[in-house]
Design a protein around this ligand. Structure first.
Ligand code: GDP
Length: 414
């Protein structure tokens, strides 16, 4: 199915997150991605991984092996923000692909197995994400499993990954009885339906038995967050209440600066924890213009056009070249210079790729990730640029988070 997008999407900055889901094989990356597609309305039927219907697994070979080999991007929307999910391979053999996908994304959700905790591949991918300074959120999954322990995994992360972890939630119930979380910002419980897996959570008071633990955990979160913001720190030192918006903004600064990693609790398989995870992606992971590249300005639509081809996928739309646009704009019919081959090429169509449809775009702007059709000689790793301003993106330096960026309070009421 093909539709033409009607609204003008050319205003920059937009509500956009380019993110990857990173995990050791079997930690639940595919299941979590499936649930994201479900909750964002892209997939109204929950496909289970073991029956081979997972929507990110395009390649039959992948489905058979249960390993996601291909890196492609899928666009979804959550509460007014566009999320481009970049598929990152989890298997050790595909480190080149992991490297490439880490280059094009701005932030990541790292999925941990609630029983196994930090596994070798998580550790390898974590170091790579450190190298590319990718801001991260941890999703501690499979908390419904026997032997799962959220707090143990948090400790393991701190010890093995050498990272400061700031839990945003504490779980309610464990193993077979894992049924919800306490949100430490709002100090409200979120409880999932025991029987109806697709029902949204309901809010409730914090269970009395968890109240003291929640207060202590919140204090630790506030302590980590306020260090990121002088005014918030001053207020905290003076014993004043920190407003939830101020706290959220301070957490975001901490995530962008790599000062700590927020942790969330869930069970993707049981549909628990995925909506708060999506909220956290919007609240804490960077927008494209929160990231500085080339050691200078954040990517801007006013710059000359430059894009990196990070994946070529051939299907019935032809050869789709997935690109990340770093600067300027790219319109349908434009002629671009492939600086890697020295040849000019003409763009015939631009697509936003959703799980179940392609949406045609008239134009892409800096920060966008989408598919370009019509390029005959463009391969993975090639740079496309404005013929009058040739650049080679291989030389792009490690992105630096912009931590002075003004943080807008959340539009929606909590
Ligand atoms: P990936 O290799 O990281 O993509 O992991 P998958 O999403 O394929 O999950 C691996 C296995 O763990 C599958 O059999 C899933 O059904 C199962 N699984 C994923 N998430 C959970 C969870 O939250 N709880 C339980 N009990 N099993 C899960």
């Amino acid at each position: 199915m093909t539709k033409t997008s009607s609204s003008s999407r050319n205003n920059v900055p937009r509500q956009l997150r380019n993110l990857g889901v990173i995990a050791h094989v079997d930690a639940g990356k595919t299941t979590t991605t499936e649930r994201i597609l479900f909750y964002t309305g892209e997939s109204h039927r929950i496909g289970e991984v073991h029956d081979g219907t997972a929507q990110m697994d395009f390649d039959p070979q992948e489905q058979k092996r249960g390993i996601t080999i291909n890196s492609a991007a899928v666009t979804v929307h959550w509460k007014g923000t566009q999320l481009n999910l970049i598929d990152t391979p989890g298997h050790i053999d595909f480190n080149i692909e992991v490297n490439r996908s880490l280059r094009v994304l701005d932030g990541a959700v790292v999925v941990f197995d609630g029983v196994a905790g930090v596994e070798p591949q998580t550790e390898t991918n974590w170091r790579l994400a450190d190298k590319y300074r990718v801001p991260r959120i941890a999703f501690i999954n499979k908390l419904d499993r026997v032997g799962a322990d959220f707090h143990r995994v948090v400790t393991m992360m701190e010890e093995r990954l050498g990272v400061r972890v700031a839990p945003l939630q504490i779980p309610i119930g464990a193993e077979g009885d894992f049924r919800g979380v306490v949100d430490l910002l709002s100090m409200r419980a979120r409880i999932w339906d025991r029987d109806d897996a697709s029902a949204p959570y309901r809010e409730a008071d914090v269970p009395a038995a968890l109240f003291e633990q929640a207060v202590r955990s919140r204090a630790r979160l506030v302590e980590a967050a306020v260090e990121q913001d002088e005014a918030a720190l001053q207020a905290y030192v003076n014993g004043e209440d920190i407003a939830v918006d101020v706290l959220r903004a301070a957490i975001r600064k901490g995530v962008l600066a790599g000062a700590f990693v927020p942790a969330l609790a869930g069970s993707a398989f049981k549909n628990r924890g995925v909506e708060p995870l999506l909220d956290a992606v919007v609240d804490y992971l960077p927008a494209p213009d929160d990231i500085v590249r080339d050691g200078g300005q954040p990517a801007s639509a006013a710059d000359p056009f430059a894009a990196l081809a990070f994946k070529v996928v051939t299907d019935d739309h032809g050869a789709k070249v997935f690109v990340r646009v770093y600067g300027g704009r790219l319109g349908r019919g434009d002629v671009v210079l492939n600086t890697s081959t020295g040849k000019t090429e003409r763009v015939s169509r631009l697509y936003e790729v959703h799980a179940d449809k392609h949406i045609e775009r008239d134009e892409l702007v800096a920060g966008d990730i989408a598919a370009v059709v019509g390029l005959k000689d463009t391969l993975t790793g090639h740079t496309l640029s404005d013929p009058d301003h040739p650049v080679v993106l291989e030389q792009i330096s490690v992105p630096e988070p912009v931590i002075h960026v003004a943080i807008e309070p959340k539009a929606s009421a909590d």
